[in-house]
Design a protein. Structure first.
Length: 303
């Protein structure tokens, strides 16, 4: 299937796109396409979320099948792949010949399985992982990972770039999901540690606003640690010339004790302490804390 990309402005020569899933992200995507003059078809499982977009010129399809039959690629923005199958399986007869940009979050394995499912129904999938909240859609400062057939990515690039800049990771359908979940791993653990730190501060009468400049400076400094340790980790080298895991244990113990004294939940720093102690028990006391990379990797996956 060939997608036509035209200049902005509605009419028979305008590019078209279908957006299925009108949560905050889906609505932001549909809005970005309307801003660029696309003919936008919408469908959402629950009613009432398309009204504003319809008022701006979008068309709300009465059924999933009719949404799939509309022009242009189909952009999926759903909670997970279970929701995707629940919505699309009853309308699978409308899938042959369709191109699906699957921006639904799930695991790499499920992204690969979904690509095969679409292929089995005569459709093609391009997997995506969007690295921005809805407020960033339509800007150039953020990006989306994509993976799947290169020819499909290149064909759809003008349509994809309406949403964000693009970062193509390769032919493997699971790669975009993998890179996205790695990012979520870093994001959520970092944000949770920040929230925990604010809870300790609050318990001691210090408002979040007072901690903000210090937290921001710490976050900026983290990139320098990433840059320093990354080549060592890639080389499998964890020397204790800069830091030692045994000293890290003492440091985290102090965090746990401070948390306990404040009456704040200790689950998060206690989990970190347990991991540090495991590293020491496995012989890494005099190595860098980055030797926990080996501990967290566990045993190699069976071939």
């Amino acid at each position: 299937m060939t997608t036509t990309h035209a200049s902005t402005g509605t009419g028979k020569d305008a590019p078209a796109v279908t957006v299925i899933g009108l949560g905050p992200m889906g609505r932001a995507m549909a809005g970005a396409y309307l801003d660029k003059g696309y003919e936008v078809t919408l469908w959402n499982r629950s009613a009432g979320k398309a009204e504003e977009l319809v008022a701006r010129g979008a068309t709300e399809a009465p059924s999933v099948g009719e949404a799939l039959a509309a022009g242009g690629p189909v952009v999926l923005s759903l909670t997970d792949y279970d929701a995707m199958y629940a919505i699309l399986e009853p309308a699978a007869a409308s899938l042959p010949g369709r191109v699906v940009v699957n921006l639904t979050s799930d695991t790499p394995e499920r992204a690969r399985a979904a690509a095969l499912w679409f292929e089995g129904h005569g459709a093609r999938q391009l997997t995506g992982g969007v690295n921005t909240p809805p407020s960033g859609i339509g800007t150039r400062e953020v990006f989306t990972y994509y993976s799947g057939p290169r020819d499909l990515f290149e064909e759809l690039a003008p349509t994809l770039e309406v949403l964000t800049t693009t970062d193509y990771r390769g032919e493997d359908q699971g790669l975009a999901a993998l890179y996205y979940q790695i990012g979520m791993d870093l994001f959520w653990t970092s944000m949770l540690s920040w929230v925990h730190a604010l809870a300790v501060a609050d318990a001691n009468g210090i408002p979040a606003a007072e901690i903000l400049p210090y937290a921001s400076e710490s976050a900026r400094g983290m990139s320098r640690f990433f840059e320093f340790y990354t080549p060592r980790i890639d080389a499998g080298e964890f020397p204790g010339d800069v830091d030692r895991l045994a000293m890290g244990v003492a440091s985290i113990e102090h965090v746990v004790h401070t948390t306990e004294a404040a009456g704040v939940d200790t689950a998060l720093p206690a989990a970190v302490l347990e991991l540090f102690r495991r590293g020491v028990a496995e012989g890494h006391a005099d190595d860098s804390f980055t030797s926990l990379f080996k501990v967290m990797k566990g045993r190699p996956k069976a071939a």
